[in-house]
Design a protein around this ligand. Structure first.
Ligand code: GLC
Length: 547
């Protein structure tokens, strides 16, 4: 257990672990993870060696989108515990040497939020309507939505309300589920409220905020219709509008009033990297997830150019890259990297789809992890990846909870497959996730083999590989290092120096001769190490760190 650094730049090379609290650890036995459950497993994270945790939303919510539909930003949902439990978690995380980042959901509230309820029940003239994007419909009787925007979760992005007098009235915008009305960020009331929410959690000691849908808060004036046109390369009127930046500048001044160096990290699905970097100008956010790297196929040349683009773009604003391979919204990388690109990554994988080769996925996933953890900059891990968990690809439809599944009538399966509760103990009920056998999504029986307890202290296990990688990365200063490419004669090989370590990744399908590599410090898979400590052959889908 290490103490937290006091450096204002702590985040620049930090390894941060995402906790999806519904699925991490369930202390009260109802089958849904909770904050006391998180506290009970902090030792696992301290031993893993991460610097911080990011906890997905645990606020009061009707849970139509796993808590990303917040009804009270200053209270904990009873399913997760109490505000006292949140305070205990913050304190316990710090006692374990871990900073704690919480999720902030500013693009929309839940429809249960008191503002939205007032906007519905007090009618068109209520001040609360001005906090949301209510508009009259088009056509006779306003029966057509105000524009043609589609929800990210499928179907129209507008829902019509029944006014207090019983007549059909205005429509409200929701870029996500109907239960998630978008806020109107031109409202000073909305701005003041979120600055107050930031202070509420900063005063409780949190070390930062992961900002949900950070590219979505401001919409183009007039909410114009939009036809996606890949050729025109115009920016959609609902995303990445220039007006978002002044919001983050204002938040940054709030954060900078606190002397424990809290950070903002953007979830911004923005392309190209040059646009994303605008969120990271010195007076805005600290980090932004590099989703481009996440979705780069397993191909040496493409990985190299993706890494270079992000490094160059980050440097242009004096920032550093933030690497990530998995989170609660995408197919886990151990599965994704061996599936055909695109479709399955956003659609999810079901029992009627071609199934991934699990062993191959684990091999490639581990190699990708050792690549990610060897890169300079910050890195985010998603719970369970340190156990090598694959996506659950055979969930029965009736167990699915992602709103996408219902809104697309099953056309898009959604994200439940990456949200299945953690296996902690091979032989315990619910593999130790819950004190009972309850689990809000069913765990596949094969997950017994991934349980944390049977990987503990086992040479070559995925858990031990992650621990060792994080420890070596820290000991050799790789997070704060400089990357220098090594030109490689063999196709499919990616090779570079960082700090005093040489990293070689074989993305090809054949083993490659590597006679001039140094002594092996860490390998993502089995390699034949001669008595000299060197290897002669680097197998396919393998990464090695050598000195
Ligand atoms: C973000 C979250 C995702 C959520 C959506 C709407 O993309 O990561 O889980 O569904 O925002 O809040």
């Amino acid at each position: 257990m290490t103490a937290m650094t006091t450096s204002p730049d702590w985040w620049r090379d930090a390894v941060i672990y995402q906790i999806y609290p519904r699925s991490f650890a369930d202390a009260d036995g109802d089958g849904i993870g909770d904050l006391p459950g998180v506290v009970s497993r902090l030792l696992h994270l301290a031993e893993l060696g991460v610097d911080a945790i990011w906890v997905s939303p645990f606020y009061v919510s009707p849970q139509h989108d796993g808590g990303y539909d917040v009804a009270d930003y200053r209270a904990v949902d009873p399913v997760f515990g109490t505000l006292g439990d949140a305070d205990r978690l913050i304190e316990a995380a710090h006692a374990h040497g871990l900073r704690i980042i919480v999720d902030l959901v500013p693009n929309h509230t839940s429809w249960d939020h008191p503002w939205f309820q007032a906007a519905l029940h007090l009618g068109p003239d209520s001040p609360e309507r001005a906090c949301y994007l209510f508009r009259d419909g088009h056509g006779p009787d306003g029966a057509e939505p105000p524009n043609n925007w589609q929800s990210v979760f499928g179907g129209p992005a507008w829902t019509r309300v029944t006014e207090p007098d019983g007549r059909l009235g205005a429509w409200y915008l929701h870029m996500y589920d109907t239960s998630q009305p978008d806020l109107d960020w031109s409202s000073p009331v909305v701005r003041a409220e979120f600055e107050s929410i930031l202070r509420f959690w900063l005063d409780r000691g949190v070390d930062g905020f992961r900002v949900d849908v950070a590219h979505g808060l401001v919409k183009a004036p007039g909410l114009p219709d939009w036809e996606a046109d890949p050729e025109a390369r115009t920016r959609p009127p609902m995303w990445d509008q220039d007006g978002v930046h002044e919001i983050y500048r204002a938040w940054r001044t709030v954060l900078d009033e606190y002397d424990h160096h809290p950070i903002l990290v953007a979830e911004a699905w923005v392309e190209p990297p040059e646009r994303l970097m605008r969120y990271l100008r010195p007076d805005e956010m600290h980090q932004a997830f590099n989703f481009e790297f996440m979705f780069t196929p397993w191909d040496a040349a493409r990985l190299r150019s993706s890494i270079d683009r992000v490094r160059t773009a980050s440097a242009s604003v004096g920032s550093v890259p933030t690497w990530v391979l998995s989170n609660h919204d995408v197919v886990r990388h151990t599965t994704r990297l061996v599936m055909p690109p695109a479709a399955s990554h956003v659609r999810g994988i079901g029992p009627n789809d071609p199934q991934p080769d699990e062993a191959h996925g684990l091999r490639r996933g581990r190699a990708a992890t050792l690549l990610m953890l060897s890169l300079p900059g910050g890195a985010y891990l998603y719970q369970g990846e340190e156990l090598g968990l694959p996506e659950h690809t055979t969930l029965p439809d009736e167990t699915r909870q992602d709103p996408t599944f219902g809104r697309t009538l099953g056309q898009i399966l959604g994200r439940d497959g990456c949200r299945v509760p953690m296996p902690w103990e091979e032989l315990a009920p619910a593999y130790g996730f819950s004190s009972t056998s309850n689990s809000w999504l069913p765990q596949p029986p094969a997950w017994a083999h991934y349980a944390a307890d049977i990987q503990q202290a086992v040479d070559g296990s995925t858990l031990e590989m992650y621990r060792r990688a994080i420890a070596l990365r820290a000991a050799h200063g790789m997070g704060a290092g400089e990357l220098t490419w090594i030109e490689s004669p063999a196709e499919g090989l990616l090779a570079f120096r960082n700090a005093d370590i040489t990293v070689v990744v074989n993305t090809g399908t054949e083993a490659v001769e590597t006679s001039d590599l140094g002594a092996v410090l860490l390998a993502s898979g089995p390699v034949d190490v001669a008595t000299s400590g060197h290897i002669a052959l680097l197998p396919a889908d393998t990464t090695v760190w050598t000195t």
